[in-house]
Design a protein around this ligand. Structure first.
Ligand code: ADE
Length: 249
């Protein structure tokens, strides 16, 4: 997969693109990430890429010209590349959208800065807008890194043990189950016995039930499209919760 990132601050990317699993994915050529600075496409000698907003107001707005020229320079003749603008006004990124994007061969990510980007850029580029959540950052660079890292985890061979991607929170729409490692007891709290049992079927069932328990408690909105086994486990959880209420004074 190839990802081109348009940014006025390429230095933000240098360390994150080299570290850990993402760094390894890039080093092994499973993912290529290239940075382009729109200033290189500015039309004046001051390399200007922003201007004051029409209608007044604080801050500066990124101009159409340099951004559109930069993206056009990346479009190869035969492939219409999917262009994504990182902005808090966009569609909220979730695991389903990430899965869809991970199937693309190439993507262009445009990082906004300042107070925003001239609205005409969206149409000119046929761009989609994506947000990483309902909060405002100073620019699209960190959101672009969030997207790149989550996409990298879905590429074959990046996460050595595919099972660990499958047990990621959200991979199949639920929050993940709790995890434990040595020691078997910490501050008097033991590891759940089933995890030490070596009974893989029982462990799988326990993990699924705990994933449902966490999702039910924290994100009940995610409990949709459950299969029969999930429904049965959920019914067990409901019964346990009803039993707890009876016992409580
Ligand atoms: N740029 C600034 N804030 C953002 C957000 N929440 N998501 C995507 N891009 C952004």
């Amino acid at each position: 997969m190839r990802i081109d990132i348009l940014t006025l601050f390429p230095e933000i990317f240098s360390d994150p693109l080299q570290a850990s699993l993402l760094g390894k994915a890039i080093e092994e050529g499973r993912m290529t990430v290239a940075l382009t600075d729109p200033r290189d496409f500015a039309q004046d000698r001051h390399r200007r890429v922003d201007d004051a907003p029409y209608g007044g107001g604080a801050g500066m707005v990124m101009q159409c010209g340099p951004l559109v020229a930069a993206v056009e320079s990346l479009r190869t003749k035969n492939s219409l590349r999917r262009v994504i603008l990182m902005t808090p006004r966009g569609r909220r990124l979730d695991q389903a959208l990430a899965k869809e994007l991970a199937a693309e061969e190439d993507l262009v990510l445009v990082c906004g800065r300042y107070e925003g980007i001239d609205e005409r850029v969206v149409n000119a580029l046929g761009a989609e807008e994506i947000s990483i959540g309902d909060y405002v950052l100073s620019g699209g660079e960190l959101p672009a890194l969030v997207l790149v890292e989550t996409l990298s985890r879905m590429l074959p061979g990046v996460v050595g043990d595919w099972e660990s991607v499958e047990t990621d929170s959200f991979y199949d729409g639920l929050l993940g189950p709790p995890q434990y490692t040595r020691p078997p007891e910490f501050q008097g709290v033991p590891v759940p016995e089933v995890l030490l049992s070596g009974n893989h079927a029982a462990i799988r069932r326990w993990r699924r039930k705990e994933a449902l328990r966490a999702t039910r408690a924290r994100r009940p909105d995610l409990l949709v499209g459950l299969n029969d086994e999930d429904k049965k486990l959920l019914a067990e959880l409901e019964n346990e919760a009803a039993g707890d209420k009876e016992i409580a004074p």
